[in-house]
Design a protein around this ligand. Structure first.
Ligand code: V47
Ligand code: SF4
Length: 358
């Protein structure tokens, strides 16, 4: 039985490691959900956010080849792709046909390409900014930023400043996976460490770039690993205040090296609720419908989340790993999902500016 929120808090008013681990083990899903939902309402009232956005993956060719990733390919492999700047701009133009559906944010992530120079990414952001002066550009995970620094010989601060000056405003939360060293080295031995991920987000916040944070769960990790991951994010947020949203990412096992099974709906809801409670200094917890499925992401709005993400248009990462959703929702579909959860739909831009209230 989950006790009241107050019983679970430390003397500093925060959820402790031990209590957060205990909440994962609790059978009282509804008690946990109620506690998390109360905190979500304190932060955002009855609002649930969505966005009309567009994902672009410039390439799936990646030198890392993480063992949980079904999206990446090696150069020359069947299914490997690379987009030119013209192709990227064509895709964006094709997604902005009607004013109502016109996107307010572009979300760009891709593989670590073996040959593209840093200048290509700079030209990509500059070209998008030139064609779309008013949209928010959310691009490149900490893993990509670290790679740009290595291929260009420039420091992280210089790479971030250059991209920011060309138009990058937000960094997505990918690449965090799970910080626990032992698990991380089994999942993605080539990837930057958890410490480096934190260091790059701290540098981004210093540079005035807002970022998100994620956690990939449901593979090899323990609940202690999850809680430690959340606590590291909470510590950085205490220091910088630069995170906008946290997005727990449910592991999808198809076509991956490590295999395994899909997360359960119960675990998805617990993870949303515990994240909401531990990350008391994050304004937003996102139940990302592409990963959780439309219906679990909707129910999660009653378990502590306040955002279901967006129209997305063309998602490849989850789809490659056996995504179970249709892969596309319209603005009206998102509004319907939110209303049927008893929440007030709010369309936001990439920086959580409110564009429309239902
Ligand atoms: O870093 C890769 C994950 C992430 C699998 O910031 C997988 O608003 C599940 O970070 N099963 C990229 N997940 C996606 C991401 C994201 C998505 C939506 C919004 C935001 C945001 C960020 O996808 C990767 C990795 O953690 N991923 N393979 C898989 N098999
Ligand atoms: Fe490359 Fe990212 Fe996939 Fe890892 S998760 S293989 S870094 S695209």
């Amino acid at each position: 039985m989950v006790r009241t929120a107050e019983d679970r808090l430390n003397s500093d008013g925060r959820l402790t490691r031990e209590n957060a681990v205990g909440l994962f083990g609790s059978d009282d899903l509804f008690g946990l959900g109620r506690m998390a939902a109360e905190l979500a309402v304190q932060k955002n009232g009855n609002k649930a956010f969505f966005i009309v956005n567009r994902h672009i993956n410039p390439t799936n060719i990646c030198v890392n080849r993480c063992r949980f990733c079904a999206f990446s390919k090696s150069r020359g492999e069947i299914g490997a792709f690379e987009l030119s700047l013209d192709q990227i701009l064509e895709r964006l133009a094709a997604s902005s046909t009607t004013p109502r559906q016109s996107f307010s944010e572009v979300h760009i992530v891709g593989g670590l390409h073996p040959d593209w120079p840093f200048e290509y990414y700079v030209r990509m952001i500059s070209a998008i900014r030139e064609s779309y002066p008013d949209i928010n550009i959310k691009a490149f995970t900490a893993v990509e930023i670290d790679y740009f620094s290595r291929i260009s010989g420039k420091g992280i601060d210089e790479v971030l400043a250059k991209l920011r000056d060309c138009g990058l405003q937000i960094m997505p939360g990918g690449g965090a996976e799970i910080f626990a060293e032992g698990i991380r080295s089994q999942l993605c031995p080539e990837k930057i460490s958890g410490e480096r991920w934190i260091e790059i987000h701290e540098a981004a916040h210093r540079a005035g770039i807002k970022t998100n944070a994620t956690m990939l769960y449901g593979h090899l990790e323990t609940v202690e690993d999850r809680v430690d991951h959340l606590l590291k994010l909470r510590d950085l947020q205490d220091k910088t205040g630069g995170f906008q949203a946290f997005i727990p990412l449910a592991y999808h096992p198809k076509n991956t090296d490590i295999g395994g099974s899909y997360s359960s709906g119960i675990d998805d809801l617990k993870t949303i609720a515990v994240s909401r409670l531990v990350l008391d200094n994050f304004d937003h917890i996102k139940s990302y419908w592409i990963m959780l499925g439309e219906k679990v992401s909707q129910v999660a709005l009653l378990f502590g989340s306040d955002d279901i993400d967006g129209t997305i248009i063309e998602e490849k990462i989850t789809r490659s790993a056996g995504g179970l959703t249709s892969g596309a929702m319209t603005r009206d579909d998102l509004i319907h999902l939110i209303r049927k959860a008893g929440k007030a739909p709010v369309e936001r831009d990439g920086l959580y500016k409110e564009l429309w209230r239902g």
